[in-house]
Write a protein that binds this ligand. Structure first.
Ligand code: GDD
Ligand code: MG
Length: 347
């Protein structure tokens, strides 16, 4: 049986000013009337799976609970006292899943991705199941189209079931290495979703990250119920090293496999990626809200409160909210993250 684990604790700063500390990307209704978290939950309906475990930050607990309720699903809401990245979050989910005496296959899903082809996603999960049951940490690989430096890269090894063994996993390479990996061929992007048996992940952590495993075990032992939530033991969880599964485990394990994912996947990592997932008009523009575009090409305009008019511009991102306006070139979309850091430092 599959146990979904939804990772809902990120901040999504590259989508500022839409995404805020109190309202990160996964809770935004960016591409439809459902938030990205709700689209992730809806994706589970096509699988034969247990009610999901949602891992998130305690500051977002009411958003998580409300959006879960709206989605019509039940699930366990587990609260992290602070973000320690994805490896400890998945460890706690695995330990909680093991408490029942079962050893389920954890389907780890980021809460902030878009998948256009649901049937293809479901098919990839089915292909991954036998490999995960054999003790592989299974990744879902996407054919890369450009040298993105914000993703993990999977070098495919020998064929294995419906996929391949992973001969190496390279998380967030620099631009030169990403270009090299792309040219080498036989390399896939890591989509950030995983299928792994709880016990396999925990035994890899025991080997690679014993301090993290010990902290997470204590956090789970000390967890307590609070209304609809399960709060992890605070001191123990905060003492865990903060690391992503990609750096902590995937780069170092020798039991990773990859199955192909061809499901119109996007992680909506930036406004440029958001622009690319939408159907543009004839001039290549994507407009949400009250936008008036004249002589404008290949631009994204999001107007939340006021009319936004553009004239004679190309490749622009304009995002208007009640208190801030972002105007950026589309090729600077990744730098919004640094902009937010500067804004936070400025006070
Ligand atoms: N519960 C919890 N706690 N969730 C978290 C935390 C945390 O501390 N930190 C991040 N998340 C969630 C995010 O909300 C997102 O859904 C998911 O975990 C992945 O985190 P990101 O911070 O978005 O990772 P990334 O995009 O830089 O990289 C990952 O995804 C790429 C594809 O989008 C990696 O797996 C890359 O290898 C991969 O290519
Ligand atoms: Mg991401």
């Amino acid at each position: 049986m599959i146990q979904p684990v939804i990772l809902s604790g990120g901040s999504g700063t590259r989508l500022w000013p839409l995404s805020r500390e109190q309202m990160p990307k996964q809770f935004l209704r960016l591409t439809s009337s459902e938030s990205l978290l709700q689209q992730t939950l809806a994706r589970l309906k096509g699988l034969s799976a247990q009610p999901p475990i949602l891992m998130g930050h305690h500051a977002h607990r009411f958003l998580m609970a409300e959006q879960l309720r709206e989605s019509g699903l039940s699930g366990t809401l587990v609260l992290e006292p602070e973000g320690r990245n994805t490896a400890p979050a998945i460890a706690c989910a695995a330990l909680l899943a093991r408490q029942t005496g079962e050893d389920p296959l954890l389907l780890v899903l980021p809460a902030d991705h878009v998948i256009g082809d649901l049937a293809a996603f479901t098919q990839s999960v089915s292909c991954a199941e036998p490999l995960a049951a054999q003790g592989y940490l299974v990744t879902f690989g996407v054919v890369p189209t450009y040298p993105e430096t914000g993703y993990g890269y999977i070098a495919c090894g020998s064929p294995l079931g419906a996929g391949h063994q992973v001969s190496s996993f390279i998380e967030k390479p620099n631009a030169a290495r990403a270009q090299h990996l792309l040219e080498e061929g036989n390399t896939l992007w890591n989509s950030g979703m995983f299928l792994l048996q709880a016990s396999t992940y925990l035994s890899q952590l025991e080997r690679l990250q014993p301090a993290m495993l010990a902290a997470c075990q204590k956090a789970v032992d000390e967890a307590h119920g609070d209304l609809d939530f399960l709060r992890l033991g605070e001191d123990a969880f905060c003492s865990s090293p903060a690391e992503s599964i990609d750096y902590a485990v995937m780069e170092h394990c020798d039991c990773a496999a990859v199955v192909p994912l061809d499901a119109q996947w996007s992680d909506i990592g930036s406004f440029d990626a958001l622009w690319a997932t939408q159907t543009p008009d004839n001039a290549g523009n994507v407009v949400s809200g009250d936008g008036m575009l004249t002589n404008t090409q290949r631009s994204l305009v999001i107007a939340k409160h006021r009319l936004v008019a553009t004239l004679g511009v190309e490749d622009l991102i304009v995002v208007e909210t009640s208190d801030s306006v972002l105007v950026a070139h589309r090729n600077q979309a990744q730098q919004v993250k640094q902009l937010v850091v500067s804004l936070t430092q400025a006070g």
